[in-house]
Design a protein around this ligand. Sequence first.
Ligand code: GTP
Length: 303
Amino acid sequence: MHEERQIKPADFENILNNLDAVVYVADTDTHELLFMNTYALRHIAHADNFSDIAHLPCYAVLQKNQTRPCDFCTNAKLPANGDVLVWEFKNTRSQCWYQCRDRLIEWHDGRLVRLEVATDISERKKAEEALQRAQKELTTLAETDSLTGLYNRRAFFRYVDELIKLRVQTAYFAIILLDIDHFKLINDRFGHEAGDKLLSAIGKALRSLNNKNSVVARTGGEEFTIAVTGASQDALVAVAHQVQALISDITLNYFDATLSCTASVGIATTNTQSPDINQIMRHADHALYRAKAAGRARTEIAT
Ligand SMILES: Nc1nc2c(ncn2[C@@H]2O[C@H](COP(=O)(O)OP(=O)(O)OP(=O)(O)O)[C@@H](O)[C@H]2O)c(=O)[nH]1
């Protein structure tokens, strides 16, 4: 080969310095930096020349306030046969996401080093995160009743399963069914919009019951269902009474009128390990029916 056509180490360095990617080499034992290309120096190390940072440990130069090897250091995971380890990571100094390709190589002086080539994937990550956010928003929309802000019927059955699975083994479980009394009269007297405003206020009041031990949903026009777990049957019956009081405490000004309502409540409880949700719903429904038949504005407990 003619001398002018031979590729010298400096040519490689030149090529690496012109890449739009992070390239660096660090000793796997001491973490000492042995090479860093211009892109990495500018974008992460904020140094003009490699000589400014040469021999410093990679973690001190590449990461923010890092005084010891990083928890996510790949040295111990690098395949001994020189295969590439591909991973993704958000750099703590540049705040950019990188796809890193790390491999173990033998340096010219015989020591083992990590060669990392990393490309900025922040745009892709941003798009992925936006997509995840949009999907979450869509799920929320699909699971939420827009008038009351409560879960809809479909979401109720989805989350009630989780509530049953996650409850403490000895806990009681209850279904509380709540139906607004004579709601048709409110619509007839004040109009559908007034009825909507009252339903919305009921939703707001019931949202206050939402916690890790309960699932609250609008499961029908003027029917609401609360699934709840608790330490005892008495505690759950107390929740049913609380629910009824929450509804009768609502007063809403609508033009010259003051809107209010009462609710009939049916509750069914169990302490079996794998309750049959449909059966408990049926029992609660029967109890609700009895509450309506007995004059409304009351709570009945399934026997
Ligand atoms: N404004 C409004 N009304 C609704 C909505 N969904 C259901 N309704 C009304 O709720 C009323 C339910 O009437 P009924 O099933 O006869 O029950 P009720 O009048 O509450 O009487 P009882 O349940 O027997 O105490 C109907 O007039 C429905 O139109 C809604 O989203 N908005």
